[in-house]
Design a protein around this ligand. Structure first.
Ligand SMILES: NC(=O)c1ccc[n+]([C@@H]2O[C@H](COP(=O)([O-])OP(=O)(O)OC[C@H]3O[C@@H](n4cnc5c(N)ncnc54)[C@H](O)[C@@H]3O)[C@@H](O)[C@H]2O)c1
Ligand SMILES: O=C(O)C(=O)C[C@@H](O)[C@H](O)[C@H](O)COP(=O)(O)O
Ligand SMILES: [Zn+2]
Length: 353
C-alpha cells in the first residue's frame, strides 16, 4: 500500500489546491452526507476549487452505510461521466469516508480519492489508513477493501459545529490511541477539559492522536500483526454496535468502542495483568462521559455470536487485542465462551445494570 499523505491543515484551501494538483483528473466529484452538504461544503466551495465538481449527497449516519447507498454513489458516478481518471473528494465523517473510499476503490476498479474528514472520529481514525467499506448482513464493515486516500486533509475548524455526542464518539478512539501508545498521552486525554473545549489545544491533540494511527498503519498496512492494536475495544464494541443496529436503537461507533474498552480492559487485567488502578481510572472516565449500553444476560449468546464474525478471528476462536500495560500491546489473545460471559458480567456489574 502506498504511503498516504496526511496533513493537519493551516489553510485547507492551500492544502486542497495542492492535493488536487497531485491527482491529475478529467472530472471532479465531491461526496457529502446531508449534514456535511449543509455545514461543511459551503466553506469549501467558497475557495472556487470545486467550481466544476459534480456533487453527490447521501443520507447521514451508519444506517446509510449500506449496499443501497453504495450503489447510489456508483450510479451517480456512472451516469455523470466519471472515468477511471476521475477524482472523488469525500467530505464528511467516517461513514462518508468509509463508504466513499470503497466506492472509489471499486468504481472502474479504482479511482483516486481525497478525504476531508469533518468529525473528530474521522480526523483521528476513519479517514486515515485505508480501511474502507460498508456494513452488510447486520455486521460492521463486513464488505470492504484496503484502499488509502491519496491525501487526507484535516481541518479542525470543522469541529466547531459538531455536537457533544459526536465529539465524545471521536474522543473514544483518541482514548484508544492513548491506551495503545503511552502513559503521558493517556493522562493528557483523561485530563483534557471536554466541557469547555479549547480548540487550539484540541488541534494539537488531534495531531498527536492521528500520528499514533499513522505510525501503526505504516508498519502493518494490511493488519497482519501490530495493526490489530487499533482494534482494541472493537471485538466487543462491534458486537454492541451490531446488536444495537439490529434492535433499531443504534449507538454511535465511538460509544460502542468505549463500552468495548471497559470489557477488554477487564479481560486484559484477567489474562495479562493490566494494572487494576489504570483500568479503574479509564472505566471511570467512560462511565462519566458515555452512559451505559444496557442488555441482560439473555443477550450474551447473541453478543457472542456477533463476536464470532470479528475480522481478527481465525479457525473458530475469538480474537482480542489486549494490553499488559499502557502501550504494551498483546495481539492475538483468545478467550473461551465462559470467560467472555464473565467479562460481560463484569461490564454489567461495574456499569450498574
Ligand atoms: N476506516 C476506519 O479505519 C474507521 C475507523 C473508525 C471508525 N470507522 C467508521 O466510521 C463511522 C463513524 O464515523 P463518524 O463518527 O464520523 O460518524 P458519521 O460519519 O456518521 O458522522 C456523524 C454525524 O456527524 C455529522 N457531521 C459530520 N461532520 C460534521 C460537522 N463538522 N459538524 C456537525 N455535524 C457533522 C454527520 O452528518 C453525522 O450525522 C462508522 O461507520 C465506523 O465504523 C472507520
Ligand atoms: O484502522 C484500523 O485498523 C482500525 O481497526 C480502526 C478502528 O477504529 C475502526 O473502527 C475500523 O473500521 C475497524 O475495522 P474492522 O476491521 O474491525 O472492521
Ligand atoms: Zn473504531
Amino acid at each position: 500500500m502506498s504511503k498516504q499523505e496526511v496533513i493537519l491543515c493551516e489553510s485547507l484551501e492551500t492544502s486542497l489546491g495542492r492535493a488536487i494538483e497531485l491527482c491529475p483528473h478529467d472530472k471532479l466529484f465531491v461526496l457529502t452526507d446531508e449534514h456535511t452538504q449543509r455545514l461543511c461544503l459551503p466553506s469549501l466551495k467558497a475557495s472556487g476549487l470545486l467550481k466544476d465538481a459534480v456533487e453527490i449527497c447521501i443520507g447521514a449516519e451508519d444506517v446509510h452505510k449500506t449496499m443501497e447507498t453504495l450503489a447510489s454513489v456508483w450510479m451517480a458516478l456512472s451516469t455523470q461521466g466519471a472515468t477511471r481518471h476521475s477524482l472523488l473528494i469525500n467530505l464528511g465523517g467516517g461513514m462518508v469516508t468509509d463508504l466513499g473510499g470503497f466506492a472509489a476503490a471499486t468504481f472502474k476498479r479504482g479511482i483516486s480519492y481525497i478525504n476531508i474528514p469533518t468529525t473528530l472520529l474521522a480526523m483521528v481514525d476513519a479517514s486515515v489508513g485505508g480501511k474502507t467499506g460498508i456494513n452488510f448482513n447486520g455486521l460492521k464493515n463486513e464488505i470492504g477493501a484496503f484502499a488509502p486516500a491519496n491525501s487526507v486533509l484535516i481541518e479542525t475548524e470543522f469541529l466547531r459545529t459538531l455536537d457533544a455526542y459526536n465529539f465524545f464518539s471521536g474522543y473514544a478512539e483518541m482514548l484508544k490511541h492513548g491506551l495503545i501508545s503511552n502513559t503521558a498521552h493517556w493522562v493528557e486525554l483523561l485530563n483534557f477539559n471536554t466541557s469547555n473545549i479549547d480548540y487550539t489545544a484540541l488541534k494539537q491533540l488531534v495531531g498527536q492522536s492521528v500520528q499514533v494511527k499513522e505510525n501503526i498503519v505504516e508498519q502493518d498496512p494490511f493488519e497482519h500483526g501490530i495493526r490489530k492494536a487499533l482494534n482494541l475495544g472493537h471485538t466487543v464494541g462491534h458486537a454492541f454496535e451490531s446488536m444495537a443496529l439490529a434492535e433499531e436503537r443504534p449507538v454511535l461507533h465511538g460509544y460502542a468502542v468505549a463500552w468495548g474498552i471497559v470489557c477488554e480492559l477487564y479481560l486484559s487485567h484477567l489474562k495479562v495483568d493490566f494494572p487494576k488502578e489504570k483500568m479503574r481510572q479509564t472505566i471511570q472516565f467512560i462511565k462519566d462521559n458515555y452512559g451505559v449500553f444496557t442488555f441482560d444476560c439473555k443477550k450474551y449468546d447473541q453478543l457472542y455470536a456477533f463476536m464470532t464474525h470479528d475480522k481478527k478471528n481465525t479457525s473458530g476462536t475469538i480474537n482480542f487485542t489486549l494490553l499488559k500495560d499502557i502501550g504494551d500491546i498483546c495481539i492475538n489473545q483468545t478467550a473461551d465462551k465462559d470467560t467472555i460471559f464473565e467479562m460481560l458480567d463484569f461490564y454489567r456489574e461495574c456499569m450498574g445494570i
